[in-house]
Design a protein around this ligand. Structure first.
Ligand code: AMP
Length: 211
């Protein structure tokens, strides 16, 4: 199955771009963090296993991620946009073994800007829609445009958990830059620009590659 990967530091806009790309290409959007949070919200066995790990900002075990991925994969989709996967070299090995990776987009954003964006981020606990209190406000303050639910900060957007997530990012995920560069699959995107500019950059690059 063919796929496109988006990765970058937390707050770099992976989710927003992945959603737009999946709509433009007709691919399924797999957001690993949302899938895990959904299990936590539904109180499943998997959810109770990962809840504490997520809330402190640590990474869930690779094999738990693989099982989750296999449980949701459908044969009939045209392709997948991965958002939040892979995050470790072991996960990247798994990805290239089982999938045809078309391109990997690294959304490059400074740590300082990422912290700013994360602290102004709000999410809908019901439908997972994302907002930003400065740049992507809901129509009614604090209320989800899609389903009318009261918006919240994510449980792992506390200063301690953010710190831990950044540590994980630099210890593990950042290495994926070299990994995918060596495979000739990496395209670096300046993520400090507007949502539209970033999207156009990715689209232009994809069409130059014939996708
Ligand atoms: P995110 O919404 O992408 O920031 O993910 C939220 C949390 O889910 C992370 O801090 C991890 O605890 C967990 N998580 C998401 N994706 C992965 C992954 N690929 N591998 C391990 N843990 C993950």
């Amino acid at each position: 199955m063919q796929c496109i990967v988006l990765f970058g530091i937390q707050g770099s806009g992976k989710g927003t771009q992945a959603k737009r790309l999946s709509e433009a290409l007709g691919y399924s959007h797999i957001n690993m963090g949302d899938l895990l949070r959904d299990h936590v919200a539904r109180n499943t066995k998997l959810g109770s296993k990962v809840e504490d790990i997520i809330s402190v900002g640590a990474l869930v075990d690779d094999h738990v991620i693989f099982d989750l991925l296999e449980s949701i994969l459908q044969d009939h989709v045209d392709g997948i946009i991965f958002d939040g996967f892979p995050r470790t070299i072991v996960q990247a090995d798994y990805l290239v073994h089982y999938f045809e990776v078309q391109e990997v987009y690294f959304l490059d954003l400074s740590e300082e800007e990422a912290i700013k964006r994360i602290s102004s981020r709000r999410v809908c606990p019901e439908c997972a829609a994302n907002y930003n209190i400065f740049s992507k406000k809901p129509k009614v303050d604090g209320v989800c445009d899609v389903c009318g639910t009261q918006l919240e900060m994510r449980a792992d957007d506390t200063p301690e958990a953010i710190h831990r997530r950044f540590e994980q990012y630099f210890e593990q995920t950042h290495q994926l830059i070299d990994y995918f560069e060596d495979l000739g699959l990496l395209y670096k995107v300046n993520a400090a620009r507007s949502e539209q500019e970033i999207f156009e950059d990715i689209r232009d690059h994809l069409s130059k590659k014939g996708y």
